[in-house]
Design a protein around this ligand. Structure first.
Ligand SMILES: C[S@@+](CC[C@H](N)C(=O)[O-])C[C@H]1O[C@@H](n2cnc3c(N)ncnc32)[C@H](O)[C@@H]1O
Length: 318
């Protein structure tokens, strides 16, 4: 994982390759495990989004669109703030899972939800109709240039897009455990380098989203916010392949440290379960020794973990 000596192979290949869709069941995605092991989006996450959106004088709270919604974890909370929520995802069956979770389990009226099986790059959502677009743990699976153009088309003037990513948490206060944990992720990201789609995803993630470009003639008030990142973008870098950065002058960059909402305490079983939610699954045969090392280092105790998060906000120009 990222260290200060990490090498950077700058590359420009960031259009999503081929027809394969990222985070598919074939790659090992499993929503039951996802819900158990991935972090729940905490209150501060939504507060940051709503604060950014509400600072605009004519902010409207009518329609939100949760892109790459998966099983709908972000959509569920948006429904308490927006009159209606569009829940979209391109993978077969994912909007069915989201529909069940949001309507049957969370009791959100169906009339306030719209489910679309489609990708970020080409949406059937009408132009200029969306107030807030959320793109969480998903932009790295897209062709980001096309997707960001499409976000601009969908938004009303003054509308907000927020693109977010939480990366692998670091273990605090147990150096041996952190060392084994880092090497597990080194192995994971090394293992993915030969797969075009995964390499594409890493190129984007590795930049801490500095690769994402918001052309200044279309976007305003670009804010890049890094939470628990220790003043650096290195926590987002998982291997040496990085895309070029596209940060423009005048954009705001903010580092927020010690956000308790992204700090937790977890035991060995959780670390295994969490790792397995990242596709594709790391073969046990390759990683067993490192898992044994982590288990030994944890010595039956839980460890404190801290998750670095990036949130990039932008406003569609009038
Ligand atoms: C890790 S899940 C994130 C789910 C949810 N947004 C969250 O934050 O928990 C990534 C999602 O991105 C979706 N995805 C993959 N390619 C996409 C694309 N081109 N456009 C939009 N979503 C895409 C996948 O189907 C998957 O549901």
């Amino acid at each position: 994982m990222a260290t200060s000596s990490v090498r950077q192979d700058i590359t420009t290949q960031t259009s999503a390759p081929g027809k394969e869709i990222g985070f598919s069941v074939n790659q090992g995605a499993n929503w039951s495990n996802y819900l158990v092991y991935r972090p729940l989006y905490p209150q501060s996450f939504f507060e940051r989004i709503y604060n950014y959106h509400s600072q605009k004088p004519f902010a409207s709270w009518s329609v939100a669109h949760d892109i790459g919604a998966g099983c709908g974890v972000v959509s569920a909370t948006l429904a308490s703030q927006f009159h209606s929520v569009i829940v979209s995802d391109p993978n077969d069956g994912y909007t069915t899972v989201a529909r069940k979770a949001l309507i049957e389990e969370s009791g959100i009226p169906e009339s306030r939800l719209r489910f679309l099986q489609e990708g970020a790059e080409r949406s059937s959502v009408e132009s200029g109709t969306v107030d807030l677009l959320t793109v969480c743990e998903c932009i790295h699976w897209t062709d980001p240039v096309t997707a960001i153009q499409e976000f601009n088309r969908e938004l009303r003037p003054g509308g907000t897009v927020v693109i977010t990513h939480y990366t692998v948490p670091r273990i605090i206060g147990n150096e041996k455990a952190q060392n084994a944990w880092e090497r597990i992720w080194d192995l994971y990201s090394e293992n993915c380098k030969d797969d075009d789609l995964l390499a594409h995803a890493f190129r984007i993630l590795n930049t801490g989203f500095e690769h994402l470009e918001f052309p200044p003639d279309q976007w305003d008030l670009v804010k890049r916010q890094y939470i628990n990142a220790h003043g650096s973008l290195l926590p987002f870098q998982m291997n040496p392949i990085v895309a070029e950065d596209h940060v423009h002058d005048g954009e705001q960059k903010v580092f927020d440290e010690n956000d308790e909402d992204w700090i937790d305490v977890k035991g060995f079983e959780w670390f295994k379960g969490y790792q397995e939610t990242w596709v594709p699954t790391l073969p046990e045969s390759k990683s067993k020794e490192l898992w044994d090392e982590l288990e030994l280092a944890l010595d039956g105790e839980k460890a404190k973990i801290e998750t670095p998060v990036v949130m990039v906000f932008a406003t569609k120009r009038n």
